[in-house]
Design a protein around this ligand. Structure first.
Ligand code: AMP
Ligand code: ZN
Length: 481
């Protein structure tokens, strides 16, 4: 098995990846809060997790991947006793004249998330699991924490006592005194809280909340951080190999996940923490007030394919901030279309042959070595273009290598329509004849006839690309992914 190296946020080092069980690598990714569309920043986080999972599989590890959806109405911040997020979705729907429940909102935006994920060819997790279906597991976890002396109750909530967990700031490397809750003045603070960084395991005293469950501490709902620990441990065991998320989750969410999981089990929660850097838009942070808060719908409405956004994300290594501009997306779009076209040409010449085994090919090794180096996808992408341009490779070599690389890149090369699969035999014959006629017309410098024949081909969804090996009829772009 190829050696992979990942930058582990926990140790701040590039480390060799050694799974607990090479027969089943366990991977957990924090999923969306389903009260609104995912924005393009979130989609970077999921694309990153996707390329990671594909890479693990590419080098031979079976992977089991779990992702949650936060469908419990979580409060806007850990210190904020204001409106919960799912209710924000309900209120916005009401403003549009739609009467919906919190559960409708969660269901609707889970569906939207799945649609975005599918459109960007992000593989589904093996388990996509809603928080609301795991409240009993969360209650059990709090009971364990309480029994071990890590949790205490106030009149408002049950909290995790961070002072009882000495390695609380190991992941974030912050000083405990620096951790201050509540950045906004109107935040209501629980005066019975022991330490500012103590976080809610169970929220009480919120009678207007739409989703409430009975518990040993009273009616309420679970804290956000708790759900990931409960679901990760339910499906992946007490210690998991890799946990992913964006860098914003390092100081609070993942720090709290570690604290409550390790306090409960006494075992290491996660071996490798991998965090993606942020997407910025025109070099500023995305925010609703700046009107630069784009969803995949915005991308599509401007005439791009969701796959263009995927290509753009492949152009940056996950640990570097990436700047989103429409110009950059235009560049990614034309590069992607060019790649599909180059692949279609290669595919035309190999004419339905089975791909060859490229396991030992030197260019595959080069491609894999970029992946092994902390998931250097842009480096791997450069090998794709090397294959396209390398004159010494045979058609079948190019075809096989590109299809093989696409297992990681997910650019849907295998779905580029082949001439043979798109047209009936009779149509193919007709098109070939038109091509021959056009070549003859060109030879005779009969340009008007040549142009007319080209137009007739275009009407049949065929675009001709002239290559050194002769004219290639391609299935028109609009029929491509
Ligand atoms: P949330 O729904 O806020 O938990 O976000 C879902 C995922 O997207 C998390 O892993 C976040 O860290 C990540 N994320 C949020 N904003 C951005 C951004 N601008 N760029 C990249 N990732 C982000
Ligand atoms: Zn999480």
């Amino acid at each position: 098995m190829a050696v992979l190296r990942f930058y582990n946020t926990l140790t701040r080092k590039l480390e060799k990846f050694v799974p607990l069980n090479p027969e089943k690598v366990t991977l957990y990714t924090c999923g969306p809060t389903v009260y609104d569309y995912a924005h393009i920043g979130n989609l970077r986080a999921y694309t990153f997790a996707d390329t990671l999972k594909r890479t693990l599989r590419y080098v031979g590890y079976p992977v089991y991947h779990v992702m949650n959806t936060t469908d419990v109405g979580q409060l806007e911040s850990d210190a904020d006793l204001g409106e919960d997020k799912i209710m924000i979705g309900v209120r916005r729907a009401a403003e549009r004249g739609e009467q919906v429940t919190a559960w409708d909102i969660a269901r609707l935006y889970t569906e939207k998330f799945i649609a975005d994920r599918t459109a960007m060819n992000i593989l589904p997790p093996d388990k996509l699991t809603p928080a609301t279906e795991h409240v009993p597991q969360m209650i059990e976890l709090i009971k364990t924490l309480e029994a071990k002396g890590f949790a205490y109750k106030t009149s408002q909530a049950v909290y995790f006592d961070v002072s009882k967990f000495p390695t609380y700031t190991e992941l974030s490397r912050q000083k405990l005194e620096q951790l201050r809750e509540g950045v906004r003045e109107e935040v209501v603070v629980d005066s019975e809280k022991r330490n500012p960084a103590d976080f809610r395991l169970w929220q009480l005293d919120q009678p207007n909340h739409a989703m409430l469950w009975d518990s040993p501490w009273g009616k309420g709902f679970p804290g956000w951080h708790l759900e990931c620990s409960a679901m990760a441990m339910t499906y992946l065991g007490e210690t998991i190999d890799i946990h992913t998320g964006g860098v914003d989750h390092i100081p609070v969410h993942h720090t709290n996940e570690i604290a409550q999981s390790e306090a409960a089990t006494g075992k290491k929660f996660v071996s490798y923490w991998l965090h993606n850097e942020f997407i910025r838009v025109d070099n500023v942070k995305m925010s609703k007030s700046k009107n630069n808060f784009y969803s995949l719908n915005d991308v599509v409405q401007r005439g791009y394919s969701p796959m263009d956004l995927r290509y753009l994300y492949l152009e940056a290594q996950y640990r570097f901030p990436q700047n989103f501009t429409w110009q950059a997306l235009t560049g990614a779009s034309s590069a992607r279309k060019n790649l599909l076209e180059q692949f279609a040409i290669v595919q035309y010449f190999v004419a339905e042959k089975e791909p060859m085994d490229v396991a030992e090919h030197p260019l595959r090794k080069k491609f894999a070595s970029f992946l092994a180096d902390d998931l250097n996808i842009p480096g791997a992408l450069s090998i794709v273009w090397e294959v396209v341009k390398e004159a010494s490779l045979t058609g079948i070599e190019k075809y096989s290598l590109l299809l093989d690389f696409d297992k990681v890149l997910g650019l849907k090369l295998a779905e580029v329509p082949t001439f043979g699969s798109f047209f009936s035999l009779e149509e193919q014959q007709g098109i070939r004849q038109l091509l021959i006629d056009r070549e003859n017309a060109k030879k005779n410098k009969d340009w008007a006839v040549a142009d007319e024949l080209r137009d007739r081909l275009t009407q049949q969804s065929v675009r001709i690309v002239d290559t050194p090996e002769g004219p290639v009829p391609l299935v028109e772009e609009k029929t491509m992914v």
